[in-house]
Write a protein that binds this ligand. Structure first.
Ligand code: ZN
Length: 297
């Protein structure tokens, strides 16, 4: 994806990441266990993703476990990338082999290298992750068919394997796809409400309200990843969610007739109420991205 979805050279990539992070006006304080963040090209969803990564900047984590959907390959279970490193223009991001081994003891986790080859859901997290947590190793997980049994099994495996560590779990997902901005905001508002209420069961029920092939379009391409991560985070001590930013691709492209929705959120224990966190304001004239405050329940 380097060179198309994000700059291929270190200096422009780092400058882009820094500029998005610098535009985040406020960020929750407390202990953050998990974030939910989009995975479009940096130019489209980078400004939203920055709100999630700004919240974990400089914190000390043992490992970052990245969970995303498979966009190109269909398979049962969850594909792990258990050894080696992911190369990025900001340097290699090593895989935490010890944590990977713990996860691989579960039947739902398997190695499936093909699932990782073209997958952007994990890769699009790495520029931010590498910049804000440069010393944190990763475990990449790609969910195949996002079936209830797989989602629930993954939640349980994550909670068990990460107990005793200080992990950051990253759910990589975009929200609705290709509706006009008004309809997108209404579909996405449902997801945002479930996240804000920290209600993974409600989100799973919403996901399953649609036939399998409509779930990515009407709810979220990584809806199963978000549910699994929310459930695991709850077991690992997160008790609240903060929705940090919502925007759609039309805020960048100008085309509001067919947009993709993007959400940034954090799960953990926070020092301030949602009302005390300054929300992104409407874009100023001349600013390319008009970030809107997320709808609150
Ligand atoms: Zn997607």
């Amino acid at each position: 994806m380097a060179g198309s979805w994000y700059p291929a050279a270190e200096a422009p990539l780092r400058a882009t990441v820094i500029s998005y992070l610098a535009k985040v006006e406020d960020t929750p304080t407390g202990d953050i266990v998990a974030i939910i963040t989009p995975h479009a090209g940096l130019r489209y969803s980078g400004a939203v993703a920055a709100h999630a990564y700004r919240a974990v900047t400089g914190r000390a984590y043992d490992v970052a476990v990245l969970v995303g959907p498979s966009h190109h390959v269909g398979f049962d279970g969850v594909a792990i990338y258990p050894r080696g490193a992911f190369d990025t223009p900001l340097g290699p991001v090593p895989v935490a082999a010890g944590v990977a081994d713990r996860l691989m003891s579960a039947p739902c986790i398997r190695t499936h290298p093909t699932a990782h080859v073209r997958e952007h859901a994990i890769e699009m997290q790495l520029p931010f992750l590498r910049h804000v947590l440069p010393d944190t190793p990763i475990v990449p997980l790609v969910i195949g068919y996002q079936e209830r049994e797989t989602i629930l099994a993954l939640a349980e495996v994550l909670a068990g394997a990460l107990a005793g560590l200080t992990p950051l779990i990253v759910a990589s997902t975009d929200l609705s796809h290709y509706f006009d901005a008004e309809r997108a905001a209404s579909f996405d508002g449902v997801v945002i409400d479930h996240v804000a209420r920290f209600d993974p069961d409600g989100l799973l029920a919403e996901f399953e309200r649609y036939p399998t092939h409509e779930r990515g379009r009407c709810v979220a391409c990584g809806g199963g990843a978000a549910v699994a991560v929310m459930k695991a985070a709850a077991t690992l001590g997160a008790c609240e969610a903060r929705t940090l930013c919502y925007a759609d691709s039309g805020d960048v492209s100008g085309d509001k007739t067919a947009v993709v929705g993007y959400l940034a959120a954090a799960l953990g224990r926070f020092d301030r109420t949602p009302e005390e966190i300054l929300r992104p304001r409407l874009g100023q004239p001349g600013e390319p991205v008009g970030l809107r405050p997320p709808r609150l329940p």
